[in-house]
Design a protein around this ligand. Structure first.
Ligand SMILES: Cc1ncc(C[n+]2csc(CCOP(=O)(O)OP(=O)(O)O)c2C)c(N)n1
Ligand SMILES: [Mg+2]
Length: 1111
């Protein structure tokens, strides 16, 4: 039986066997099961796992036998007795003998004399009944009626009658009325301890082979298995009251009505409707209702395209007019690129009418990349739990909704699942809902997965999986209730597999008959779930036909009213779709003011002393000798008031923690540091798991510090940390790659969330990515963080020299999508980390970090470069003889990162300190046009060279080259002659104020704007009239001061952090690239990032150093 391998042809054949018992009989593995009970095949616990039937759950069965045998050896069959006496059996460590599962001898003695020993047939028959019960529990789902279309029915061999199975168990018709004692591992009896065989079979058939298929017996916890059995087996669990049924009907009506309304009004628009799985809406509502009842106050959801609008409308209750406005193709009122409507997020706080409790619902915005949002949701959830002090996840939970094809196809699902139980990543249980329409775009399951179910990935974390036929609303509601209770009880993941179908094509414009003709013939004849359920409720007298119609009509009216309202809108507002508002963060802040990043020297000394000290109970806490030396070396540095890389980092973290900023560092092996330099967690050498983390003990009232070695995943962990960073701007969240290039397995998170999140979803993040980078002869894969890729995604315009003013740097930071830097000193590293928090807004920071520099004797900074008055240096000028006498300098070598130390050494070796200046570009993006210009002007007569250790087609060269040209040659404005390309396409806005201080640039008026070609206008300025009005005032006054109060109406900036119109307002000017040039000194282009041969690496390095350091 392989659900994925079933073919459509089966759908046309009648279901061969509806009864599990029949199937059981014919299944070869089942035969083994049957025989196993009597034959008592001798297996060890381990070998049991290899047997098809004897999986982990069968071990529980063996365990039961074992427990019974322990209490009374004669209570089990002689074969079990022999087996246990042989000492072959080893009790599994996590299954202690459980009283509830004992099987006393008297259990077999129904109807017989109380003291008489049971005969072996009685024992065999009882064991056979137990085996049957277990078989239903283990594999009943395989034959349950899950598919509303009845296409994917099991492939059943032969045609045997139900009777024969009893016969096979040595049961005949005559046994049907025989009473059998029920074991403690079933709840089908309710209050009854025994039942006739016929009733046992009927009840099992109903529980496990009807519209719900429960897959749970692989779970290695008897308690959890019993919990699930009870929820599904107890008689009457599926009985719903008339009120409950009406509520389901009303919700289903809305879900169905919403799609129908959109189909009517926007028939040619893509919306990725939910038709065929509309029950997902009542399902989500049920999960939220039950969870709210159980204490949850905030639900964070991640979901793909399918049914997203419906979820926003009917689960989150996002105003319908805002949703409809998205269909109108209106201009946006705010900045950014926006996104298609079925990717946008939302955040709503509202009263849950069923539970009468307040609830916060967020749907996280996501890209097309299916499942990429999963870890982001988890990180955001974790962070919300953290800030609320919700250590057990009782108040905040996540729900992840998946498509069937994506759930089994995308590796990030697995990677995310593996975070679910890790101490620093768990969200204490996620409910996964699969909108399983049994198709992925045009691909059938049998071609899209090799596993029986699309949900099999969840088995790796022992998550129970509840398959349910999406055409049975009551079964679905029951499953949802159990899922919510499961999460609240065990705080572990579980999966609801809603097996439905897709009524239309992949989207509403697609023709499904091209590829699934027979399936769609069937779908066309298939009544929708609402009609089926309404018919049922009418037939049983719960509602009348009139009531059904009136509920539908009422909802249609609501939609019509919202539709009319939407028509009056003139703009869409991206801010309405924000998923993570930071209330209060932007209010009253000067958006162009950075707080100082230097701190008092005494603070540095305090942090340094703590960081270099063993734990207070040092006498008892045995530290590794090597680490004692590390601590001693740190202490010496503190005494000498200098810092190496690790100390500089600790200064940044410690000082932020002191200021109440939570710091979280996560990634592979970050606690020690891949290069064994960090050592934030000291391990007691004699006591297991006893650790000490000095950064957690800097100050009594400090913010929490968390450092966590992560699972070996980049995609999920980076996504998780990105999500974490979205929740609260007052936290420094860092993810470190083991080596920089490993971040490429997280490329979708980088491309779709980190680089473009603000532009698409008006969402900011101050996440820091630490990427070890440097060509140090370690081979192609351990050398480069591929900084060129990050730079290529930087949004600053290579040809645009922003207006020069005191606010040059902050304006650039404000306008760019992220910051890319490569620091050469611990002090600059310290400042750039602190600046992340000092900024009045948040931008991701991509930081190339060193390897050999971690221990380089010159890569140290005095405390004076970190104390009050010091700040981050975007460029570090040459401070040696060349810098002191610039007019004598023949050549200026610009560089970034560790190659600086090689260059200075070569320069010293060649005694060219007076002739060659070396200037470090520490912040590569946004490009320090102003400082580069200043440096170039300083060395008027010198040749200019960019030197890098990366190959020419890699590293920073292709990014810096055009920007150097713009920085060097800014005298001739070409904007007037090249209007089409005058403006930066995202960051430049128009100003009508001519008082700009920038002498190099021309101001541009509205009338100038109007005379431009439309494309140029569109790219150039704010998109709405209102925004243009707001931005019409100059952002800088004649004195260069920025007056936030005057120019920003913060009341109108609902989500605060959006760039208020005008902040970036500055006329764009491009410059002719004539005059001074910059040349390149470095490796040639290459396909690989570095050579695998150390000798060749050194040869290349020497060549590039000689090339750069020559006059
Ligand atoms: C990572 C990724 N690969 C490919 C696609 C293109 N794509 C969009 S929807 C889709 C099918 C998804 O099927 P399923 O997960 O079952 O969801 P359904 O559309 O059936 O609801 C594909 C392949 C994508 N969006 N993301
Ligand atoms: Mg699908």
């Amino acid at each position: 039986m392989h659900r994925a391998h079933t073919a459509f042809s089966l759908a046309l054949s009648p279901m061969a066997h509806k009864n599990f018992a029949t199937w059981l009989l014919n299944s070869s593995s089942s035969q083994k099961l049957i025989k196993a009970t009597a034959a008592a095949a001798v297996r060890t616990y381990n070998s049991a796992a290899a047997e098809p039937f004897a999986n982990g759950s069968t071990a529980t069965y063996v365990e039961e036998m074992y427990n019974a045998w322990l209490r009374d050896p004669s209570s089990v069959h002689t074969s079990w007795d022999a087996y246990f006496r042989s000492n072959t059996y080893v009790s599994p460590p996590n299954l202690a003998p459980v009283q509830a599962n004992t099987l006393p001898l008297t259990a077999f003695n129904l109807g017989g004399a109380a003291s008489a020993a049971p005969d072996s047939k009685t024992i065999d028959d009882h064991l056979a009944v137990q085996a049957i019960i277990r078989s239903y529990q283990i594999r009943g789902h395989n034959i349950a009626h899950l598919d509303p279309l009845e296409i994917n029915t099991p492939e059943l061999p032969g045609n045997s009658s139900t009777k024969s199975i009893y016969a096979n168990f040595s049961f005949g018709e005559q046994d049907m009325e025989r009473q059998f004692k029920l074991p403690s591992t079933t709840f089908i009896g309710g209050d009854e301890a025994s039942l006739p065989l016929k009733e046992i079979l009927n009840r099992l058939e109903n529980v496990y082979c009807n519209k719900i298929g429960v897959e749970f017996m692989f779970i290695n916890s008897l308690e959890q298995c019993n919990w699930i059995r009870k929820r599904f087996e107890t008689p009457g669990v599926l009985n719903f009251s008339p009120e409950e049924k009406r509520l389901i009907l009303a919700r289903l009506t809305r879900a169905t009505g919403f799609e129908a309304f959109l189909a009517k009004k926007y028939s040619s628009e893509k919306r990725f409707g939910l038709e065929g799985c509309e029950i997902m809406i009542p399902a989500l509502k049920e999960i939220i209702d039950v969870s709210t009842e159980l204490g949850v106050e905030s639900v964070i959801m991640g979901m793909p395209h399918r049914g997203r609008l419906n979820t926003l409308a009917n689960v989150c209750r996002k105003p319908l007019n805002q949703i409809f406005t998205q269909f109108a193709g209106l201009e946006a009122a705010d900045d950014g690129s926006g996104d298609v409507k079925y990717h946008l997020g939302t955040y709503i706080e509202r009263l849950n009418r069923v539970t009468n409790k307040n609830i916060r619902l967020a749907v996280v915005a996501n890209p097309s990349h299916l499942e990429a949002v999963d870890p982001v949701v988890q990180g955001k959830t974790r962070a919300e739990q953290f800030y609320r002090g919700d250590q057990e996840g009782k108040k905040v939970m996540s729900i992840l909704i998946h498509g069937d094809a994506a759930f089994c196809g995308q590796g990030v699902v697995y990677e995310t699942m593996h975070l679910s139980d890790l101490p620093d990543y768990t969200t204490h249980g996620t409910i996964h809902v699969v909108a399983n329409n049994q198709i992925g775009f045009t691909t059938d399951p049998r071609f899209s997965r090799s596993s029986p179910y699309c949900t099999d990935v969840a088995r790796v974390v022992n998550a129970p999986i509840f398959h349910v036929n999406a055409d049975d609303p009551e079964a679905v509601m029951h499953v949802c209730k159990v899922a919510a209770e499961w999460r609240a009880t065990f705080h572990k993941d579980c999966v609801i597999d809603l097996v439905g179908y897709r009524r239309n094509g992949h989207n509403e414009i697609d023709e499904p008959m091209f590829t699934q003709p027979l399936m769609y013939q069937k779908i066309r004849k298939h009544k929708n779930c609402l009609d089926l359920y309404a018919d049922k409720l009418i037939a049983e007298g719960t509602v009348t036909g009139e009531e059904v119609k009136s509920v539908a009509a009422k909802y249609e009216n609501i939609c019509e009213e919202a539709f009319a309202l939407a028509k009056t809108e003139t703009h869409v507002k991206y801010k309405d779709w924000l998923d993570s508002p930071w209330s209060g963060f932007f209010e009253g802040k000067d958006p162009l003011k950075v707080a100082p990043t230097g701190v008092k020297e005494e603070t540095l000394i305090h942090i340094g002393n703590r960081f270099s000290s063993p734990p207070p109970n040092a006498a008892e806490f045995v530290i590794h000798k090597g680490l004692m030396r590390v601590l001693a070396a740190r202490k010496t540095m503190v005494d000498e008031k200098i810092a190496d890389w690790a100390l500089g980092e600790a200064m940044a973290f410690g000082s932020l923690l002191k200021e109440g900023i939570h710091v979280r560092l996560s990634g592979q092996d970050v606690e020690r540091g891949t290069f064994s330099h960090r050592h934030h967690v000291l391990h007691h050498q004699l006591v297991d798991k006893a650790t000490y983390n000095s950064l957690q003990h800097m100050y009594p009232d400090q913010a929490p510090y968390s450092v966590s070695n992560s699972s070996l995943s980049e995609y999920a962990v980076l996504g998780f940390e990105h999500g974490y960073s979205m929740t609260n701007p007052n936290a420094l969240v860092l993810w470190e790659a083991q080596f920089g290039d490993f971040s490429n397995t997280a490329q979708s998170i980088i491309d779709q969330f980190i680089s473009s999140g603000q532009s698409k979803w008006v969402r900011q993040s101050g996440l820091v990515m630490l990427l070890p980078h440097g060509m140090e002869g370690m081979g192609p894969e351990h050398s480069s963080c591929r900084v060129e890729r990050f730079l290529q995604m930087s949004s600053d315009d290579p040809d645009y020299f922003p207006p020069e003013s005191d606010e040059f740097a902050i304006r650039q930071l404000h306008d760019i999508n992220w910051i890319v830097a490569n620091c050469t000193t611990p002090a600059n590293y310290y400042h750039i980390l602190r600046r992340q928090i000092a900024l009045p807004f948040r931008k991701p920071l991509i930081l190339c970090t060193p390897k050999s520099l971690l221990r380089h004797p010159e890569a140290k900074s005095p405390f004076s470069e970190m104390s009050e008055g010091s700040e981050f240096q975007r460029i570090i000028p040459d401070r040696g003889p060349a810098g002191e006498n610039p007019s004598n300098v023949k050549k200026v070598v610009f560089c970034t990162g560790r190659v600086y130390y090689d260059l200075t050494k070569t320069r010293a070796d060649k005694q060219l300190e007076k002739d060659i200046a070396i200037v470090r570009v520490e912040q590569v993006s946004p490009f320090p046009f102003d400082l580069v210009k200043e440096q170039a002007n300083l060395y008027k007569n010198a040749d200019l060279v960019w030197s890098q250790e990366e190959h020419k087609n890699q590293g920073c060269w292709s990014y810096v080259q055009p920007r150097f040209l713009t920085a060097l040659n800014h005298s001739r404005d070409i904007s007037q002659s090249d209007e089409q390309s005058t403006f930066s396409n995202t960051t430049t806005t128009t100003t009508t104020d001519n008082t700009n201080t920038n002498q190099d640039t021309d101001s541009e008026t509205d009338s100038d704007q109007k005379s431009k070609p439309w494309l140029s206008r569109m790219f150039a300025s704010n998109k709405s009239d209102s925004a243009t009005t707001g931005g019409s005032a100059a952002t800088a006054t004649a004195t260069g001061e920025f007056n936030a109060a005057k120019h920003f109406d913060l009341k109108n900036v609902r989500h605060d952090f959006n760039r208020p119109a005008g902040v970036a307002a500055a006329p764009g000017v491009r410059h002719a690239k004539t005059g001074r040039k910059i040349s390149y000194a470095g490796r040639a282009s290459s396909a690989s990032t570095a050579t695998g041969s150390k000798a060749q690496h050194i040869r290349e390095l020497n060549a590039l150093l000689n090339d750069a350091i020559s006059t």
